[in-house]
Structure formats: structure tokens, C-alpha cells
Design a protein around this ligand. Structure first.
Ligand code: GDP
Ligand code: FO1
Length: 300
């Protein structure tokens, strides 16, 4: 069994390759939930949805969010009625958010709601929310605190950042399922996800760091040089006091990785790192990287 730590873009690209080169029942993914948000009465869990849709074979891999070929009739009608639905939610995607919202309102844990959705979608891999309680990444900007989704989607990330904060009523802790998954795994893979908004929220759940330190941990850098492959990781790393690079990523991971993977093109040097082609521009590239990483994991 291999357990992955994932956000909603970089690691799912690696999971897409892993699905093809390992037993899908042996894949378990701990997913960030700090970007979750209630919109129009329903619960969006963007990173869980991306991972589920990938495994169900319905993900829009042009955007890495939403369902391929989805329509936006309800979103357009909602906007026409004067509601400010700042996230464009597809109709089929919204059905998932309605179902999950109902399950959570009826008192179900997010872990169980996710399992129920995965079963309905015929997913063979295990998808685990990092925690069952609400935790939110907020961005402190010159005009106040914003939910991460408001910063990234409404403001298009074009706003000065002062800091990144995590908000919760109850300090997040790893679920029993998350800890069992880690304990039952030979290797933990921290995919090339955003260190600040995807991986740190997972590592901050009490119990996770201690559990994964006992396992062989491989981490893949989401940076090539001083730029992330995509998204706001550069600005968020700077605002959190880390260099926006593989080196800053390694520092952010506090010595947890036993093996650190950097891209072959990366001019930044991280001592003892392994160099691989990590740029997953298509499925073949994802498969090739997955094969290389599996070779390392199996030779440990
Ligand atoms: P989010 O939830 O959408 O932010 O997704 P993640 O946190 O999972 O992934 C975002 C990170 O993935 C960004 O920092 C990108 O730099 C990184 N990323 C995206 N595609 C690739 C890729 O092909 N290779 C590598 N190394 N990193 C990637
Ligand atoms: N990202 C966008 O940039 N624009 C959107 O309209 C948008 C809609 C959306 C709907 C459902 C969903 O699960 C994700 C969606 N995303 C959208 C992705 C967005 O949530 C972020 O890219 C991720 O959360 C970053 O981690």
C-alpha cells in the first residue's frame, strides 16, 4: 500500500500515472480539505472532488477541476437571479456538492460522506479527507482576510498578500482512517502540490507528522527554479517566510522527506535530491514519472 498526500492539481497529475502502473486498490490518498467552502447551500471540497473525479474517469483534465463536458445551466440561472456565485459550478459537479452537503447536515462525518460518494462512483482507490472538522485557509490581504477561494478565484490572485492563516473552531486532527492508512503503508508520497495551501494543512492535522515520520517518505517539488509549475504557490511561500523554490519546499517540510525529488531542469540545488522529469504535461509523462518513483519506493 502507498499513501499519497494530495491537493487538487500537481499530485492528481501524478496519481493519474500511478493508476496505470500500480494496483489501484493499493492506492490511498489523504486529501487537503482547507479549501472547502459552502456555496449556495452546498459543500464544495475542491481537492477531494478532483481526486474522486480523476479516479472515476470523469475529471476535466484541461482545468484539473470539475467534470468533463459538464453544463453550467444552474450557475448561469443563479447569477441571473442576482446571486453572487463567484465559483463557476457545473451542474453534475453541483449534484455531488448537494449530496455531500445533505450528508454533512444530517451529521455524517466527511470521511463517511466521501466513502459513500466514492462507492457510488465505483472508485477502487481509497480517498480520505485529512480531517473531519472544518479548517479553512485564509489569506491576509491589504483589504482584510479572504477565504482562499475568494483570493484565488474572485480576486484572481492579483492582490497583495501579508500572510496565510488557518482558521478552525476545533484544532484539526487526523482521522482514525488516515492514521491507519499511514500505518499500513510501506511508502508515503508527498506529491508536487502547493506546500502552503495543500500539504501544510495536512501535516498540521495532529497525529500525521508523527505517523509519517515512521515511514519512508518521498516528496516531489512543485517548483522549477523560483516559479511553481502553476498556481499561486510562489506568492504564498514568500508570505509564509519560505523561498519560492524546491529549496524552500524542502525547508517547509521540516526534514520529513527521506527522499526529495526535483525536476531535471531545476537550477536550484537541494542536497542529495534525486532528479527526475517531473513536468507532467500529458498522461504519458505522468506514467513515466510514476514508474520512476515506484522504482525508488520498491528499492527502499
Ligand atoms: P491545488 O489544490 O489546485 O492548488 O493543487 P495542488 O496543490 O495539488 O497542486 C498545485 C501545485 O502543483 C502547484 O504549486 C504547481 O507548481 C504544481 N504542479 C502542477 N503541475 C505540475 C507538474 O506537472 N509537475 C510539478 N512538478 N508540479 C506541478
Ligand atoms: N477555479 C477557478 O479558477 N475558477 C472557477 O470558476 C473554479 C470553479 C470550481 C468549481 C468546482 C471546483 O471543485 C473547483 C473549482 N475551481 C475553480 C478550482 C479552485 O477551487 C481552485 O483552483 C482550487 O481550489 C485550488 O486548489
Amino acid at each position: 500500500m502507498i499513501t499519497f498526500l494530495s491537493g487538487g492539481t500537481g499530485t492528481p497529475k501524478l496519481l493519474r500515472g500511478m493508476q496505470k502502473v500500480m494496483d489501484r486498490h493499493e492506492m490511498s490518498v489523504i486529501v487537503n480539505t482547507a479549501e472547502d467552502i459552502w456555496i449556495s447551500g452546498n459543500q464544495i471540497s475542491p481537492d477531494i472532488d478532483t481526486v474522486m473525479y480523476l479516479f472515476a474517469g470523469i475529471l476535466n483534465t484541461d482545468t484539473w477541476w470539475g467534470i468533463r463536458g459538464d453544463t453550467y445551466v444552474t450557475h448561469e440561472e443563479t447569477e441571473r437571479l442576482g446571486r453572487d456565485e463567484f465559483i463557476a459550478i457545473g451542474d453534475r459537479d453541483r449534484a455531488i456538492h448537494i449530496a455531500r452537503g445533505e450528508m454533512l447536515r444530517s451529521g455524517m462525518r466527511l470521511t463517511d460522506a466521501t466513502k459513500c460518494l466514492c462507492d457510488r462512483m465505483g472508485i477502487r482507490e481509497t480517498v480520505l479527507p485529512m480531517t473531519d472538522t472544518e479548517v479553512t485557509t485564509q489569506i491576509e490581504t491589504d483589504s482584510g482576510l479572504l477565504h482562499f477561494q475568494e483570493y484565488w478565484i474572485r480576486s484572481k490572485g492579483r492582490i497583495g498578500i501579508r500572510s496565510v492563516v488557518r482558521r478552525f473552531d476545533e484544532a484539526p486532527s487526523a482521522t482514525e482512517e488516515v492514521l491507519e492508512s499511514i500505518e499500513g503503508s510501506d511508502t508515503i508520497i508527498i506529491g508536487p502540490s502547493n506546500p502552503i495551501t495543500s500539504i501544510s494543512p495536512i501535516l498540521e492535522c495532529s497525529g500525521i507528522k508523527e505517523a509519517i515520520r515512521k515511514r519512508f517518505v518521498i516528496a516531489v517539488s512543485p517548483f522549477i527554479g523560483t516559479e511553481p509549475v502553476s498556481g499561486p504557490a510562489g506568492a504564498l511561500m514568500k508570505a509564509s517566510g519560505f523561498e519560492p523554490s524546491a529549496s524552500g519546499t524542502f525547508t517547509c517540510y521540516e526534514g520529513i522527506p527521506d527522499l526529495f525529488v526535483q525536476d531535471i531542469r531545476d537550477p536550484v540545488e537541494v542536497h542529495n535530491s534525486v532528479r527526475l522529469d517531473t513536468l507532467m504535461t500529458d498522461e504519458e509523462k505522468s506514467i513515466a514519472l510514476a514508474e520512476e518513483i515506484l522504482k525508488i519506493a520498491r528499492s527502499d
